[in-house]
Design a protein around this ligand. Sequence first.
Ligand SMILES: Nc1ncnc2c1ncn2[C@@H]1O[C@H](COP(=O)(O)OP(=O)(O)O)[C@@H](O)[C@H]1O
Ligand SMILES: [Mg+2]
Length: 259
Amino acid sequence: MVSESPSRNTPSVPLIEVEGIEVVYDGAILALADVSLTIGRGEIVALLGANGAGKSTTLKAISGLVVADRALITRGTVRFGGEEIGGIAPNLLAQRGIVHVLEGRHVFGHLTVEENLRTGTFLRRPGRAETERDLEEIYGWFPRLKTKRRTPAGLTSGGEQQMLAIGRALLTRPELVLLDEPSMGLAPIIVDEIFEIVAALNRQKGTTFLVAEQNIAVSLRHAHRGYVLDGGKVVLAATAAELRQREDLHEIYLGLASA
Ligand SMILES: Nc1ncnc2c1ncn2[C@@H]1O[C@H](COP(=O)(O)OP(=O)(O)O)[C@@H](O)[C@H]1O
Ligand SMILES: [Mg+2]
């Protein structure tokens, strides 16, 4: 086990503090110019913005996955419980409680739903009884996955694959879940179902979420606070209630305000 830093448990320190980060792909493409945000323990924070605004890159900067895409944090800092984590490998950050659910529902299509879920326990290596309990807990949150437990994941619906990706991430027992566009390509009723489960996990387990979304309406219905990105910069930060009332949100969001 990786030991916890003392500040991790200090409530006054935000869980995540991103301060003025710049991220460059391939040594040339500036994806984030200046992003600062905080995430408190137990919050659901929405990260909004149009396609290409920098949402996924922000998530990758927090989870450490930037390196997997030949990108670097060239300026600014990322702190987790007060401790700087920029440059730490994603598998180590996963062990410390940050899990990233990638855009596009990455599941192992030829493995069954349950086999996919079991891969989520590999970092912790729990015993057999504990694994079974953990699986049952995930099936409790996502009853649809239980009915499909023996089905190859590739044969399940898009919504079920998204639930599977989230369920597998939860099996790492994360403190922070980074969710990248969970609504993408799904029917509104399924999107609602997924966000309801996220909100329930947050209320009942205290799991913290950063959710990148283009779908403003559904994410602001469930988030506590939100940030709007445009061109790799944070252009607006407010509570979800305030953002819901901004009539110019769509304009800001589409970059029209700065154009
Ligand atoms: N793997 C990559 N290589 C080069 N440029 C990238 C890569 N991924 C993203 N970018 C660029 O970084 C910017 C932000 O992209 P991204 O973070 O994916 O935005 P969003 O998730 O909001 O759609 C875009 O200009 C995009 O073209
Ligand atoms: Mg993206």
